[in-house]
Structures are given as C-alpha cells and as structure tokens.
Write a protein that binds this ligand. Structure first.
Ligand SMILES: [Zn+2]
Length: 327
C-alpha cells in the first residue's frame, strides 16, 4: 500500500516514490459504464494457446499407405521420427524505464513510468537470469528491455508480448517501500468477492478502458495462482494473489489493473516483492532474496506453461551463479 504515494503530489511522487506502479490491494472499484473497451481480440483458449512448433526435419519415412496382404508383414524398420518440439513463448517484462515516460495510449490513458533505483537494476538482473533458465529449459523468451537503462513505454511492452503471441507474460517489480512480508501477484481477472470477479479497468470518463477478454483473464488468473504458489515455495514466505488500486494516486489513472496488463492481449501476471532491506530504501536486495524471487518466477512459469514430456532442470544454484555474475 503506497500510503506515501497517495499523499504526495505528482512531482513529489516522481522524486520520492519508491513503490511500483502496482502495489497493494485497495478498495473494490465502483462500477462505471464501460466507455472504452478492448474487444477486438478474439482469443482462442489461452490454456491451449499458440506454441511455436519448430519445423520437423524431413527424414525417410515409410510409406504410410496400409496394404492388405496374406503375406506376413515384415517387422517395421526403425525410423527416426523426430518428436515435434514445442517451445512456449514467454515474455518477461523488467519494471521501469531509464527515462521518465509521459505518453498517451490510443484510448488517451496516461502511459506513465519513471526510473526507479535500485529496483530497476535488481529486476532487470532477476529477469535476465529467469530468461536464461527458461531458455535452458526449452522456452523461447523475449525481454521487453535489452538493458536496465532502456526506456520502453508500457504500451510498447504490451505490444511486444502481443506481437509475439506470448503464451504468458510476466512483469517483474520489487518495492523498496515494502518489507519482505509483502509478496504479491496480480492477474487480469482481479480477486473474486463472493464468487464475483470485478470489472478490471483504468481511467475515468471518456478514457475509461475496460479489460474485456474473459479467456485471457481466466488464463492470467490461473497463472497468477500458480506463480504465487511456486514463489512461496522458493522464497519461503506467503505470496498472495492480490488486486491493485490506483485510485488517488495521480498522475496514475484510477482503476484496478496495471496498465501493461490492460493493454495486453495475452495472459499476463504482474509480480511484486517487498524489497525494503534493513530499513533502507536504497540498499540492494540480498543475493539470497533475489535468488528466491527468480527461482519462484522460473518455477511458476514452467508450472503454468509446461512443455509436454519435459521438466525444467535450472536449479537455484544456476540462478544464483547468474545473479552473482551480474552484480
Ligand atoms: Zn516497480
């Protein structure tokens, strides 16, 4: 909860806010009429969403035409039939931009981001090491930034995942305004109350934009729960599936969904980790804390989007080595 962030003016927020775009759960949103919507996308079942099949190498195959004959059928000769390799596409979105961004989405929403250290370097390193591990385990991985200092708008980040038709995208943030007890995932479906899921949206009036892709939202919800479970196991502390509130956090648009998730056509899970270290908002996370977060993200992605017949082999030690080399 960014109590601080809610209290300060926009300019002060820029200078002092250590919390991320997405932080703690807030009040249930009020129902407003839908003005903008993102209904152009007609997804297939995201749980069976597009995976990239590598072309099979052609090799000598027996003529498949069956023949009926009274002569004994010869024993089949061994043929090397390659197993199709499916490589799910994962987009990893390390939080924040090297320069401040103030642009507008096509619906006129404010696309707002800012450099945030030490978070920006931490989550870039964590994302890079998760990417290395996933690639080693057979996934195609695209990062939304090439360097920690890159400036990429939230619109561009969503478009990267949309163009790639990602099976799953994850945003990786941490929050130096929050202690380590704060651990969360956020889906595009929100948190149900009495079995009813809320309308997910950002903005007011003519700019109000609703996320109205039920199948994507459902896949996001499923993945958010799996990633929370795997993060809890790797980090050794509870991780909750939460719902955000951006109300009263100007200049951020009000609403309950991170902008990058709103703009996506693919299942997306936004991650936060309390990073306040020894009471300092500037001290870098410990290697152990980064390793736990990264391993939980890796295991969560692999559990949410498994590769049939294959289990990942990237270990916590592998992740730790990667993170050590980057520090
Ligand atoms: Zn952040």
């Amino acid at each position: 909860m960014t109590t601080v962030g809610r209290a300060v003016a926009a300019t002060l927020l820029l200078a002092t806010l250590t919390a991320c775009d997405a932080t703690a759960a807030g009040p249930t949103p009020t129902s407003e009429p839908t003005v903008g919507s993102r209904s152009s996308y007609v997804p297939g079942d995201p749980t069976a969403s597009p995976t990239v099949s590598e072309p099979q190498t052609t090799s000598a195959r027996p003529d498949p035409t069956p023949t009926r004959s009274t002569t004994p059928t010869p024993a089949p000769t061994a043929t090397r039939t390659p197993t199709p390799v499916t490589r799910p596409v994962i987009v990893i979105d390390p939080g924040h931009s090297g320069r401040s961004i103030r642009s507008r989405t096509t619906n006129g929403l404010l696309d707002f981001d800012y450099p945030n250290q030490p978070e920006m370097t931490e989550v870039f390193d964590i994302s890079s090491c998760v990417a290395d591990g996933l690639r080693a385990d057979g996934y195609r991985v695209i990062l939304t930034k090439r360097r920690a200092s890159d400036s990429v708008s939230l619109t561009e980040r969503a478009e990267i995942a949309n163009r790639a038709k990602a099976d799953l995208a994850i945003s990786v943030h941490d929050d130096h305004g929050q202690g380590p007890a704060f651990q969360a995932t956020y889906s595009q479906r929100g948190v149900s109350s009495n079995g009813h899921y809320p309308t997910m949206y950002r903005g007011t009036g003519a700019r109000r934009t609703v996320f109205d892709q039920p199948k994507v939202a459902k896949a996001s919800d499923r993945a958010a729960k799996i990633i929370a479970r795997e993060r809890a196991a790797a980090q050794g502390r509870p991780v909750g599936v939460r719902q955000n509130s951006f109300d009263g956090r100007a200049p951020l648009e009000p609403g309950n969904l991170a902008l990058v998730e709103l703009l996506a056509d693919v299942p997306w899970v936004y991650n936060e980790m309390g990073a306040l270290t020894g009471g300092s908002t500037t001290k870098r996370l410990s290697l152990a804390a980064e390793t736990g977060y990264a391993k939980g993200l890796l295991d969560g992605v692999e559990a949410a989007v498994p590769i049939p017949g294959r289990s990942g082999s990237t270990s916590a030690a592998d992740i730790r080595s990667c993170l050590t080399a980057r520090r």
